[in-house]
Ligand binder design. Structure first.
Ligand code: NZQ
Ligand code: ZN
Length: 387
């Protein structure tokens, strides 16, 4: 176990009708609010009306920033910061999935930054000193952004997608009502499930061998995705299945699995380079890349971890460790297929001549991966194999 500082500070209101806590919570942070949301799903589901009713009943003055798109853009974040400064905003409310929440976090930190908000991503986490308070209402289970201090933003001018992390970015509160995810379309639900699964794997495949409690927690969360992912696709309005996935999404990336050990994050590094260039859905990119990453990093040194994964997560029996490990990888591939995920980059429209620049972008700030360090040529081989 490595040393760590524990900080998971977001207050969670989980369950049906937990939006009733919104008015009371907002009173702690002020009456002038920026309301950030996406491209319209909350208007179709009626959530927009519920939120604005609560604002009005609580005498909250709100300004709207709508239109956040998946793989959110820095130019849109700049508009949000401008609105916050013009209207002397005291608090931000984000209603949506990871893209909406990540935009809101970047606006919250950018508000206090003298230069351009993209500086935060280039200079890195040390450039963040404070952020406006943020509350979220989650409509999509996947990123865990509702309970963590991460934000991932695309710069459309430089064609980069980068992440920042700071505890000041953790939402002060998040409202998690699983019924809000009933309307997420099947392909997006599947992509969110893969994203959750991948967050757990990135921390499970760790070079820190002394992490018994973290490993057993991770295995439980992986099994929850395996149990409820297919069920939620078959029954989109199954409350228990949606609830299990929603809470797993938060636990998978609120820090609890990663404290006390190193985490890998190579597959995410590669996927961010892919979706920066091709605007691929994050979870779809991960579903394609993860099996090829596994195949590439599997060797005598890493075999033990793959055997542990195959036995404890997939229940694979047998004494031949190579066979057991490979069956675990095969099960992973089958799981993503049963969720309807594509298997190759070619299938999502990526051209072979883009792979080189994706590999360059992945390692622009250094080699990726702690479980297995990957340089540019390693990343390029994984991308070519996945093509
Ligand atoms: O824009 P609207 O109309 O709301 O539609 C969204 C969007 O098209 C739709 N949607 C969301 N809730 C819905 C719904 N449709 C119907 N009913 C609902 N209840 O779903 C689409 C995808 O939404 P998005 O927010 O983009 O999905 P997700 O939560 O997967 O976020 C992906 C982004 O987060 C980043 C990814 O890279 C990507 O940019 N990540 C953020 C992380 C973090 N902050 O910790 C970690 C992740 O690894 C990831 O990198
Ligand atoms: Zn992710």
């Amino acid at each position: 176990m490595l040393d760590f500082k524990y900080m998971v500070s977001t207050k969670i209101f989980f369950g049906r009708n937990s939006i009733e806590y919104l008015g009371e919570e907002l009173k702690r942070y002020g009456t002038r609010i920026l309301f950030v949301y996406g491209q319209g799903s909350i208007k179709k589901t009626g959530l927009y009306d519920s939120v604005t009713d609560i604002f009005m009943k609580n005498n909250i003055i709100f300004h709207e920033l709508s239109g956040v798109q998946p793989n959110p853009r820095i130019s849109h974040v700049r508009q949000g910061i401008k609105l916050c400064r013009e209207h002397d905003i005291e608090c931000i409310v984000a209603v949506g999935g990871g893209s909406v929440i990540d935009s809101a976090k970047t606006i919250a930190a950018g508000f206090y930054h003298d230069g351009d908000p993209w500086d935060l991503f280039v200079i890195g986490d040390s450039s963040i000193k404070k952020a406006l308070p943020l509350g979220t209402i989650l409509t999509f289970a996947g990123t865990g952004s509702e309970m963590n201090g991460n934000a991932v933003i695309t710069n459309e001018e430089t064609v980069e997608k980068l992440a920042i992390h700071h505890d000041a970015l953790r939402p002060r509160f998040s409202i998690l009502d699983p019924t809000y995810t009933f309307s997420v379309p099947k392909n997006q639900t599947a992509a969110g499930t893969v994203d959750i699964f991948s967050h757990i794997l990135e921390q499970y495949f760790s070079p820190t061998t002394d992490a018994f409690v973290q490993n057993r927690m991770a295995e439980s969360l992986l099994k929850t995705c395996i149990e409820y992912g297919p069920l939620v696709l078959a029954e989109p309005a199954n409350y228990e299945a949606r609830a299990q996935l929603m809470w797993t999404s938060s636990l998978a990336l609120n820090g609890i699995l990663g404290y006390g050990r190193l985490s890998d994050w190579a597959t995410h590094g590669i996927e961010h380079a892919v979706s920066a260039v091709y605007d691929v859905t994050h979870g779809v990119g991960l579903a394609i890349l993860t099996p090829y990453w596994m195949q590439y990093v599997f060797d005598e040194e890493t075999k033990g971890k793959f055997v542990e994964y195959a036995r404890n997560v997939w229940g694979i029996k047998g004494t031949n460790e190579d066979v057991v490990a490979k069956k675990g990888m095969e099960k992973t591939r089958e799981f993503f297929s049963c969720l309807g995920m594509p298997k190759t980059l070619r299938e999502v429209g990526i051209k072979e001549n883009a792979l080189e620049s994706m590999a360059v972008k992945t390692v622009l700030h250094g080699a990726v991966g702690k479980f297995k360090k990957l340089e540019k040529h390693d990343v390029l081989t994984i991308l070519k194999n996945a093509f």
